[in-house]
Write a protein that binds this ligand. Structure first.
Ligand code: ATP
Ligand code: F6P
Ligand code: MG
Length: 970
């Protein structure tokens, strides 16, 4: 916003200069750096100021101090790249700013060297050194979600300095002085020349030109990846380029194919399908001549780093390109195509891969960009097909994409509870597959299923590598089982439409991380591939990932299917085992011996969330496959206490539950204490439950805690108990993901896409969307990333009037800039509880009034639409995974608790092993973990707020802000 001071905070600082020359330079420096006006009071005093900050410079001639200061500057210059130079200085000034980003931009323009911390996309502190030798820090950390620099990025000493910067406290390293908002007087050094700063302070890295391309088959989410890369590159002070048409664009070169992009060029891309920069399968790039041209064109365009978003093939190409780079540029120089200078400048090709492919066939990452969107399209199609199949009692053979990889077929099989799947990694021999399929289909039909769904991956084969086509399968179903059968080939519909929320977020976070990775790489850093493991964005060596991926295909070709499976990630194998277990649920030949079979109850507590039915279905069918007896407690604990609503679940009644929304066994918010815990214990004893699975959100969390606490009094609760988190608020302590949150996020995102489109069609229109989530801003924050909302307000931060004013001003500014442009609609998201006083309606009125006719705002309230109807494939498949893990947990914990169950004198509730038998299942970082409820309840929960103490997604807020250029007020 023009006129807004770049720094604020009521700081008044006096610095001393020891020579006239340094006195002059300091005045110039502060005027530029902090955008201050200056008044020369006398030959020995200059005052620089804006509304909020005053810097007073006084000249105190002193040769000895001058010399000391010179030495200090020389020491600073000697520091290396890897050193955290803040830790080597003992004097500093600190100011606050609303936007480090803007400050960084202006310093880049002024060519004033600086460093930012932490060294991620989320700079919260910026440092430079003034001509007097003072370290000058500017921080944006004050709002409740921004975090301190982490140990990951800072040495412990530097962390102490950073902490002190934020708290105003002194560090133990005397005579460090860190101040803010006070009148300070410093002993400062001076030099006759402007200090030439140490290497690592120069913004050399941020001067890079970073190019991105999309390659191979297009995938939903590629546009979000490109958007994030372009904007992060610009945000970091780099130039951003896009290579059009994949490797084809590299081979052709020139500004038509290698284009510089601006912030505005990627506006609105999150909601667009396919890839807007084009993609291709380029034969020429497979040849050295093609890659030689590619190298030349990159150098001609001045590109330092290339980020390739593509599948296994594209990244194989990228890997080859990087390994060949030295010889390519050698040849270019020898043939006079590039100069010696260019050869030196572009000596190392900095490459990074973000995996974009619907196939999800890249090793070392759990998900590729686009895979879950394609899965969404497949599941939607199969859900549709189910309806017609059911009407005619028909069988459908559905062909899905995936040349060498069965991930789509497998996950779709789980998500739609298909009868049989064909995937290339685990083929049966000819003769066997026909029998296996017919046995299972016939069994399901005999149990009363009217539909049959068989999913065939494009690359399906039998054990002798003969392709299995949908017609082969069709023939068997007709000839052997006499089923009325149809074939549906989904084809490119799977790559159609816009990305699901998961892909938009994955693509965005990976884009941000890819830029970080290339900026942090040097000649010796192996090219990274940006992966995701469970919920965590990670970096993996590209070469190794490509090698592993190739070896899967090689193993399949060599008929070594065991190896092929082993080379797929562990989650793939787990999914396959899960599919086979629940799909072959068998009363006749269960897996476990009689003495290990258990009675396991499941209950749902709290409001409905996508995936509850899938969890119940998977838990029950898995129990059946093992030999356990699954029971449902209908209508929560109140149902049990009042009506003894317990029934063992049958296979037939659960047909179709995997894909259903809501909760078939009923749910409510009543906890055991509210319902009557004595009655509940009585029924637990009556039914002799050996284990309990609770599915739900915060009330379910409270329920588990109550039951665990009641173990002292009621032996019936001395059984393994586990909570599967399921709530759209995603606020259950002990997990970073709750079932239902993905379904809700997609529902909210689709709603936002629609209103944003409406906003874009109406000149000067903003919608204020009211989001659910209780006291958790998770949903609003993630949706803000998915739809590129201008701002989001969440309960963790509340709504400050200053911030609101800032957001309105920035809306005004962007609407003004957008004059004459189309497709320019804005969204503001607000969690209902972000402010009780400011409803979406009121907020919209305030914005409209403040806009003074330049634009307007309307409220939009999706309400319970956010519960989402049908559960998303992510919620369905994760529900299955969680349910099976929960049942296994109960099985494993039996031994620990069974011995002490009955005898009071042996039961010690404080025994750690016993305590751990009542746990919350959660995704934490990149693992599934069980955490004892007692530990979570006592140490990790803000009970009154119904929230975990640590907000795992808080960094995401800053990314959301940065990608739309939102300025933050303290
Ligand atoms: N071994 C290789 N050497 C050089 N370039 C390659 C190589 N493999 C693939 N490429 C380049 O990458 C492009 C895309 O590869 P491919 O067609 O295998 O798709 P992909 O990236 O695996 O994506 P998807 O499988 O999702 O469609 C190829 O057209 C080619 O230009
Ligand atoms: O669109 P094309 O070039 O026909 O490619 C289809 C192939 O691309 C993929 O969709 C991967 O993107 C494969 O699953 C499929 O075999
Ligand atoms: Mg591929």
């Amino acid at each position: 916003m023009p006129g807004t001071p770049i720094v604020n905070g009521t700081s008044y600082v006096t610095v001393e200069a020891y020579s006239d020359a340094s006195f002059q330079k300091a005045a110039e420096f502060y005027a530029k750096f902090l955008e201050l006006d200056s008044t020369k009071k006398s030959d020995t005093e200059t005052v620089l100021f804006n509304k909020l900050v005053t810097v007073r410079i006084v000249l105190v001639e002193d040769a000895a101090r001058q010399q000391a200061a010179d030495q200090q500057l020389a020491a600073l210059e000697a520091l290396t790249d890897t050193q955290d130079w803040r830790a080597h200085f003992n004097q500093s000034l600190v100011f606050k700013t609303t936007s480090i980003v803007n400050l960084q931009h202006s310093l880049n323009k002024l060519h004033i060297p600086h460093q930012v911390y932490p060294s991620t996309l989320l700079p919260m502190e910026l440092y430079t050194v003034d001509p007097l030798g003072n370290v000058v820090g500017v921080t944006s950390t004050k709002n409740s979600v921004s975090s301190k620099p982490t140990d990951r990025n800072l040495s412990s000493e530097a962390t102490a300095v950073a902490t002190a910067l934020q708290t105003g406290a002194k560090t133990s390293r005397e005579p460090s002085r860190v101040h803010s908002m006070t009148d300070l007087s410093y002993r400062v050094g001076t030099t006759d020349s402007h200090p030439s700063l140490p290497k690592q302070m120069t913004p050399a890295k941020a001067n890079k030109a970073i190019a991105v391309m999309t390659s191979g088959g297009d995938a939903q989410g590629m546009n979000s990846n490109v958007r994030a890369i372009v904007r992060t590159a610009l945000f970091k002070g780099c130039k951003a380029f896009v290579v059009m048409e994949g490797y084809e664009g590299l081979v052709r070169g020139g500004p038509e194919y290698i284009k510089e992009f601006s912030w505005e060029d990627v506006r609105g891309w999150n909601a667009e399908g396919g890839t807007n920069i084009g993609t291709a399968r380029c034969l020429e790039f497979r040849q050295r001549e093609g890659r030689l041209l590619g190298a030349l064109h990159l150098i001609e365009a001045g590109v330092d780093a290339l980020i390739v978003c593509g599948g296994d093939g594209s990244l194989t190409g990228a890997d080859l390109f990087r390994s060949e780079w030295p010889s390519l540029i050698q040849e270019l120089q020898e043939t006079g195509k590039i100069t010696q200078e260019q050869h030196t400048r572009y000596k190392h090709l900095n490459i990074c891969g973000t995996v974009g492919s619907i196939d999800n066939d890249m090793s070392t990452t759990d998900a590729t960009i686009g895979a879950y969107s394609a899965l969404d399209r497949i599941c939607q199609a199969i859900d549709y097909v189910e309806a017609t199949a059911n009407s005619h009692s028909r069988a459908f053979v559905v062909e899905v994409m995936g040349r060498n990889c069965g991930w789509l077929a497998l996950l779709a099989g789980i998500a739609t509870s298909a009868d049989y799947i064909f995937i290339p990694e685990k083929p049966a021999s000819d003769g066997d597959w026909q029998k296996q399929m017919c046995d299972i289909v016939a069994k399901h039909r005999a149990r009363g299923k009217r539909t049959t769904i068989v999913i065939v991956a494009e690359g399906a084969i039998s054990a002798d590598l003969t392709p299995i086509s949908p017609s082969d399968v069709h023939k068997v179903l007709v000839d052997k089982l006499g089923l009325d059968t149809r074939i549906t080939t989904l084809g490119h519909v799977q790559r159609g439409g816009t990305a699901v929320a998961y892909d938009r977020i994955l693509a965005t976070l990976q884009g941000v991380e890819a830029v970080n990775a290339v900026l942090e790489s040097d000649a010796d850093t192996p090219s990274p591939l940006i992966a995701v493991n469970e919920n965590k964005i990670t970096r993996k060596p590209l070469v190794e990932s490509v090698r592993l991926t190739k070896s899967v295909a090689d193993a399949i070709k060599a008929k070594d299917f065991k190896k092929a499976m082993a080379l797929r990630d562990t989650e793939f194998i787990e999914h396959l085992n899960n599919f086979m277990a629940i799909n072959s649920a068998d009363h006749v030949a269960p897996k476990l011996p009689r003495d290990q079979r258990l009675k396991i109850a499941i209950v749902s507590v709290g409001p409905p969330a996508g995936g509850i039915n899938s969890a119940v279905y998977s838990m029950a069918t898995y129990c059946m496959s093992q030999g356990h007896k699954p029971y449902a407690i209908y209508n929560g604990f109140s149902g049990l206490a009042r009506h003894e609503s317990v029934r063992s679940l049958t296979w037939k009644e659960m047909i179709g539950w995997q894909s259903k929304g809501g909760s078939e066994i009923g749910t409510n918010r009543v906890t055991p204490n509210e319902a009557d815990i004595g009655m509940i214990a009585y029924y637990f004893q009556k039914y002799q439950f050996d284990g309990l699975v609770i599915v739900g959100g915060f009330e379910a969390f409270e329920s588990l805690h109550q039951l665990e606490t009641a173990r002292e009094s009621y032996p019936a609760f001395r059984i393994p108990m586990v909570l599967i988190p399921a709530t759209l608020s995603n606020n259950v302590p002990g997990t970073e993901y709750s079932l239902g949150s993905d379904t809700a996020l997609n529902a909210l995102m689709k709603y936002c896409d629609v209103v944003k489109q409406s906003a874009a069609s109406t000149r000067g229109r903003t919608f204020v969307v009211d989001c659910q989530g209780g006291n958790s801003g998770y949903l609003a924050t993630c949706a803000a990333i998915c739809v590129g909302a201008q701002a989001s307000y969440v309960p963790e931060e509340g709504i400050s009037l200053d911030q609101l004013q800032e957001d309105i001003a920035s809306l005004a500014e962007s609407f003004e800039k957008s004059q004459g442009r189309t497709g320019f609609g804005k969204l503001i998201l607000k969690t209902t509880n972000a402010s009780k006083a400011l409803s979406a309606d009121k907020l919209a009125s305030i914005i409209t009034a403040e806009a003074q006719g330049k634009f307007d705002a309307k409220p939009a309230v999706p309400g319970h639409v956010q519960q989402g109807g049908l559960p998303s494939p992510i919620d369905r498949t994760r529900a299955t995974r969680f349910a099976i893990k929960a049942v296994d947990f109960i099985g494993k914990q039996q031994a620990i608790i069974a011995g002490v169950r009955a005898a009071d004198f042996q039961f010690d509730a404080n025994d750690k092993a016993v305590e751990a038998t009542a746990s919350v299942l959660g995704v934490k970082s990149s693992h599934i973990r069980f955490t004892p409820i007692r530990q979570l309840y006592d140490n990790e929960t803000e009970i009154s707020k119904r929230m975990p103490k640590i907000i795992h997604w808080r960094e995401t807020r800053e990314i959301a802000d940065h990608l739309v250029g939102r300025k933050r007020v303290d």
